[in-house]
Design a protein around this ligand. Structure first.
Ligand code: TYD
Length: 144
């Protein structure tokens, strides 16, 4: 599968009015492809920090910088891309088995993450060589 099929930017509607902005993200295929099982957010990271550095075997994610900016680098073992998140209405959907890094957080960055699965450390791959090996194993078992 090409990298372009493994991530995408989603622009959410603004239901705001004169009282301010309102952005809604509904799961189960309404605004994003998955049912939301977990929410976490990252703030207080700065421009020197690199987070992530892992792939998830099963979990899909949706990232939104609800405040500030950050960059996300995605890598599928053969291609990579960098996406800048800088708007509260812009979501980045990531499929499972993508290697990802988050970095260059602005001071006011609040990075909201919606996940398709509950936390389970066993589905994290935190070593890049292991990630490449798991990808090769998947490819050879799918080719059988
Ligand atoms: P880590 O995976 O390093 O965060 P990031 O993806 O931002 O680099 O997670 C830091 C710690 O928090 C680690 O001990 C695992 C724990 N953690 C949970 O318990 N639940 C979660 O949903 C997440 C994302 C992390």
């Amino acid at each position: 599968m090409s990298l372009e099929e493994q991530y995408r930017l989603i622009e959410f509607a603004d239901l705001g009015d004169e009282r301010g902005n309102l952005v809604v993200i509904e799961g189960e295929g309404m605004d994003i492809p998955f049912d939301i099982r977990r929410v976490f957010y990252i703030y207080g990271s700065d421009s020197t920090v690199v987070r992530g550095n892992h792939a998830n075997r099963e979990t899909e994610f949706l990232l939104v910088n609800v405040s500030g900016r950050s960059k996300v680098r995605v890598d599928n073992g053969s291609e990579s891309a960098v996406i800048e998140l800088d708007r509260p209405r812009m979501g980045l959907y990531l499929s499972a088995m993508l290697w990802k890094d988050m970095y260059e957080f602005s001071e006011d960055s609040v990075l909201l993450v919606l996940a398709s699965r509950h936390y389970d450390e066993r589905e994290y791959i935190r070593d890049y060589d292991t990630y490449l090996r798991v990808l090769r194993e998947k490819e050879s078992s799918e080719g059988e």
